[in-house]
Design a protein around this ligand. Structure first.
Ligand SMILES: Cc1cc2nc3c(=O)[nH]c(=O)nc-3n(C[C@H](O)[C@H](O)[C@H](O)COP(=O)(O)OP(=O)(O)OC[C@H]3O[C@@H](n4cnc5c(N)ncnc54)[C@H](O)[C@@H]3O)c2cc1C
Length: 458
């Protein structure tokens, strides 16, 4: 296994990582990129063992509903890079099971890769979402044939791929990019049915970075995002060679979606668990700021907080239903129920803006105008800030301002804006959840009830 420092050193491998238009020489020396690096290194140190055969215990699949449930607190604690590594390896294992009859040649490669990745203690990020060009056209019909990642040439020893995967979380921090087709491919689109593991430092790979991490200002004014941030990337594959032993699907269009479907099983549990926690956090902030403002007992404020509580509790109930109705894969790994997970994700995303509106309505304008913590350091200002930001009864100006900074940071600034979009789009937009819901809902039963109510049941 690697220590945190060994992990950091391992990323100095000639990778082409960019930030704000410049090639990054050293992630650790780049503000905005160094903080996530430290957090991931801490994750390495947390699980490090010097035993020769040790592997990270996190990277194992749940074998029962209870194990699945027990996994949640751990997932919430993991750094995102370890989380997506876990998801990537579980995805490969499940996909291997599903390809067993259809494309058995890939199975030994997949198992060998997973084994080696565990042994080497590497981090792997998930590259599914393509540039996609015109969304109404299939990959093979695009004006630019590279709108979806594709194989441009095949050699005896491997394939050469071209294209880009967008919005990839933590791509610059992993060792390998797990490239998977974003959807089912049609006959004639064989070149787009490509799944493979690409080392980040492969010639031809370029990785951009965007981050909501506060790049200027006092970290105390950004109490959440200055500690927890992870950049998102565009991963460009400019004719990248991938050796055969790292190719897990090449040309089998009928099975192109196996990887994306398998990933969905593991990805959603983390996403929905986070949403449940986020909803409770919004309730907590609303209650604390109402109390600090002296409005906690006013009826319209209480009603808004009640609505937020109901929302948070419904999300928790949805997660619980998804866990209680978990299903085993043929390989004996448990994954949360599709219908309950998707409905919960939909509800969490669709109602998030309303919950934020309630919080902003309750809290007041100081969400965006509270004095900075540096203002509190100024001896001339401090007495005035204590006097005018305090509300009596032991609520100091500093305490109340800290609440406002937390609310601004998580809901009304760069990180807050990132949340608004990410809740909707990550794991697919609202439409994607509606499709799953429609497919799984028992419409026949609902229709029978309708007919009965109308006196039309036979
Ligand atoms: C912060 C963040 C992190 C992410 N991390 C990752 C990651 O690590 N790995 C990864 O692979 N992806 C990642 N994603 C990508 C995410 O899965 C996509 O953003 C999402 O699937 C939507 O794709 P898109 O952004 O290209 O938008 P679009 O596909 O353009 O979708 C925009 C809207 O158009 C609708 N739409 C598009 N095409 C159609 C169609 N043919 N029919 C009907 N409706 C359509 C969608 O439903 C949506 O409502 C991340 C996204 C975000 C925001």
């Amino acid at each position: 296994m690697l220590t945190g420092q060994e992990y950091k050193d391992s990323l100095k491998d000639g990778r082409k990582v960019y930030f704000e238009g410049r090639l990054v020489e050293d992630l650790g020396a780049t503000p905005g990129l160094s903080e996530p690096l430290d957090a991931i290194a801490d994750g390495y140190d947390k699980y490090y063992s010097s035993a020769p055969d040790a592997v990270n215990p996190v990277v194992t699949a749940p074998r029962s509903v209870q194990e699945l449930r027990d996994r949640i607190p751990e997932l919430m604690e993991l750094d995102l890079c370890l989380n997506v590594t876990y998801q990537s390896l579980m995805t490969l294992l499940v996909a291997a099971g599903r390809l067993e009859n259809a494309a058995p040649a890939y199975i030994p490669r997949i198992h060998a890769y997973v084994e080696q990745a565990r042994k080497d203690d590497i981090r792997i990020t998930e590259c599914i979402t393509d540039a996609k060009g015109n969304r109404s056209l299939h990959p093979g019909k695009q004006e630019d044939p590279d709108a979806y990642v594709r194989v441009v040439s095949r050699r005896d020893d491997g394939v050469v791929i071209r294209g880009a995967k967008l919005h990839i979380s933590a791509a610059a921090y992993g060792h390998d990019l797990m490239v998977m087709p974003t959807k089912t491919m049609k006959p004639g689109e064989e070149d787009y049915a490509i799944a493979c593991a690409v080392p980040v430092n492969s010639p031809g790979v370029h990785i951009t970075n965007t981050t909501y991490h506060p790049l200027a200002g006092d970290p105390r004014d950004y109490p959440v995002s200055s500690h927890h941030s992870i950049p998102d990337s565009m991963c460009i594959f400019d004719d990248v060679f991938v050796p055969n032993e790292r190719v897990f699907l090449d040309g089998e269009t009928a099975h192109a979606a196996v990887f994306a479907h398998s990933l969905g099983l593991w990805e959603r549990l983390g996403g929905v668990s986070f949403m449940v926690q986020q909803a409770d956090e919004l309730v907590g902030l609303a209650h604390l700021i109402a109390e600090a403002n002296g409005t906690a007992k006013i009826s319209h404020v209480r009603e808004k907080i009640d609505e937020m509580i109901i929302h948070a509790t419904l999300l928790r109930a949805g997660l619980e239903a998804a866990l209680s109705n978990a299903h085993p894969t043929p390989e004996g790994y448990y994954y949360p129920d599709d219908m309950f997970t998707n409905v919960t994700k939909y509800q969490g995303a669709a109602q998030f803006n309303l919950m934020v509106r309630h919080l902003h309505d309750i809290a007041g304008g100081a969400i965006v105008t509270a004095p900075s913590m540096a203002d509190f350091d100024n001896p001339t200002l401090r007495p005035f800030l204590d006097k005018y930001m305090g509300t009596g009864g032991g609520i100091s100006g500093e305490y109340r301002s800290k609440l406002f900074h937390a609310i601004r940071d998580t809901t009304a600034d760069a990180y807050g804006g990132w949340h608004l979009v990410t809740n909707l789009q990550s794991g697919g937009g609202l439409y994607a959840q509606r499709l799953v819901t429609r497919k799984n809902y028992d419409m026949e039963r609902a229709r029978a009830l309708g007919l009965k109510a109308a006196g039309l049941a036979s």
